[in-house]
Design a protein around this ligand. Structure first.
Ligand code: GLU
Length: 444
């Protein structure tokens, strides 16, 4: 059975870059009738935070990405320790004592001699006596994995043929001095045990893939049985790193701004492909999603395209789909009047103030007489859907004005804005008392 996982490290909020990876995994699983696992990679005690793990789960749920199973690596530390023990027994994990400064000095030396700055495996020569001595001095070892001297190759589902020459990579540290395991290792242990068939992640993990294939083999699994798909990274519209603006591109911010989850999933699923983004439920999006459509080159994330898509989605949403996110008291008539003018749902609040709250119209000295006539011709209640036409016909008669000269002062006085939803629809919602008061205010 096809099984994939999204494996965030809970060191920050979910942003569009990692949401895209989560989405790709979920869509792939749904398309192939497989399983989608949420795994929280929280073995780094300093950087991992429970709040982030909870926030990530919440954001994924909000996006509509439901997982079939979920677990946290922190709950499996004993297990990782026993798997690591096997690697120690087979001599693939070896203890190291060098400090950061020593390693830095070694790197500089190698660079001076024209050698690649990879770890020189000095600690492989450590004798049991030397190790005992170091430990007697109060040092605790951290553990490196001895990489094979080989080239790891795979057929990437997105990037095509790829390889990593392990000879150019330093033996990775898999266990820290405090005994906590690093994700490079725990990820492999879990991928084997949870029966992961496809690893779909960002292109920044290419080197990890070469290293992890070697760890797979060292643990007795067949790395060739696993398929990899690396999605090229997202850039901003200038081709620069998206990470500079990542704070404004967290799912939390987008949610608070009122961006619709279906606009986000549609946009993220289409990134890097020539497919048209379509705001569809996840199940339907999944039937169209094809990793082989994703281009090899970096994909540009353009917030204005996301907002344009969001606008299209909002304009088609029924009242029932938004009612609980609209300001208290907002009616269906209000929603139908304003939805065509929104980029973001949060802007509905401003229009609700126009309709039901207080706004301050700009001073309009030059329009005093006109506005007074507007008050005088304002029909008496009850009003119906025709009130705008009846009123402006009367005002046209009385003043000889038409077009913009007729409508713009009314719009400014009634809404405080020079653009917005149709006044034909807004006026009945604003009601006579408010309309009259605003016209008076603007005229004085
Ligand atoms: N925790 C790793 C990360 O967030 C997981 C990468 C992977 O999918 O293997 O980068």
């Amino acid at each position: 059975m096809i099984t994939v996982r999204f494996a965030p490290s809970p060191t920050g909020l979910l942003h569009v870059g990692n949401a895209r990876i989560a989405l790709a995994n979920c869509l792939f699983a749904r398309r192939h009738g497989g399983r989608f696992i949420l795994r929280i990679d929280d073995t780094d005690p300093e950087r991992s935070k429970d709040e982030y793990a909870e926030a990530i789960a919440r954001d994924l749920r909000w996006l509509g990405l439901a997982w079939d199973d979920s677990f946290r690596q922190r709950d499996r530390l004993d297990h990782y320790a026993s798997v690591a023990e096997r690697l120690k027994q087979s001599g693939r994990l070896y203890p190291c004592f060098e400090s950061e400064e020593e390693l830095r000095a070694k790197r500089e030396q190698r660079l001076k001699r024209g050698l690649a700055p990879v770890y020189d495996r000095g600690m492989l020569k450590l004798t049991p006596e030397q190790r005992a001595q170091a430990e007697a001095n109060g040092k605790r070892p951290y553990w490196r994995f001895r990489l094979s001297d080989t080239v790891m190759e795979w057929q990437d589902m997105v990037l095509g043929r790829r390889q990593v020459k392990l000879g150019t990579v330093s033996d990775p540290v898999l266990i820290r001095g405090d005994g906590t395991p690093l994700y490079t290792f725990t990820s492999v242990a879990d991928d084997i045990e949870t029966g992961i068939t496809h690893v779909i992640r960002g292109e920044d993990h290419i080197t990890n893939t070469g290293v992890q294939m070697d760890i797979f083999a060292a643990l007795g699994a067949d790395p060739a049985a696993l398929r990899f798909a690396h999605l090229p990274l997202l850039t901003d519209t200038d081709g620069g790193k998206l990470s500079k603006r990542i704070d404004s591109l967290t799912l939390r911010t987008l949610r608070h701004d009122g961006v619709e989850p279906s606009a986000i999933t549609a946009y993220l699923a289409s990134l890097g492909t020539s497919d048209d983004p379509q705001a569809l439920p996840i199940a339907e999006l999944a039937t169209r999603f094809d990793l082989t459509h994703v281009s090899h080159s970096a994909a540009r994330f353009d917030i204005s395209q996301l907002l344009a898509l969001n606008r299209r989605v909002l304009h088609g949403l029924a009242f029932a789909a938004v009612a609980d996110r609209l300001p208290q008291g907002a009616t269906e008539a209000f929603w139908l009047a304003v939805r065509g003018n929104l980029d973001l749902l949060s802007e509905a609040r401003g229009w609700w103030d126009v309709v039901a709250g207080t706004i301050v119209p700009p001073p309009m000295e030059g329009e005093r007489d006109f506005l007074r006539q507007a008050v005088a011709t304002l029909p008496s209640e009850p009003w119906n859907g025709e009130v705008w036409r009846v009123w402006t016909d009367a005002l046209k008669q009385a003043t000889g004005r038409k077009g913009r000269a007729l409508f713009m002062p009314l719009r400014l006085a009634l809404t405080g804005e020079d653009h917005g939803p149709e006044l034909r629809e807004l006026l009945p919602l604003i009601g006579r008392a408010r309309a009259e008061q605003r016209l008076h205010l603007a005229a004085n």
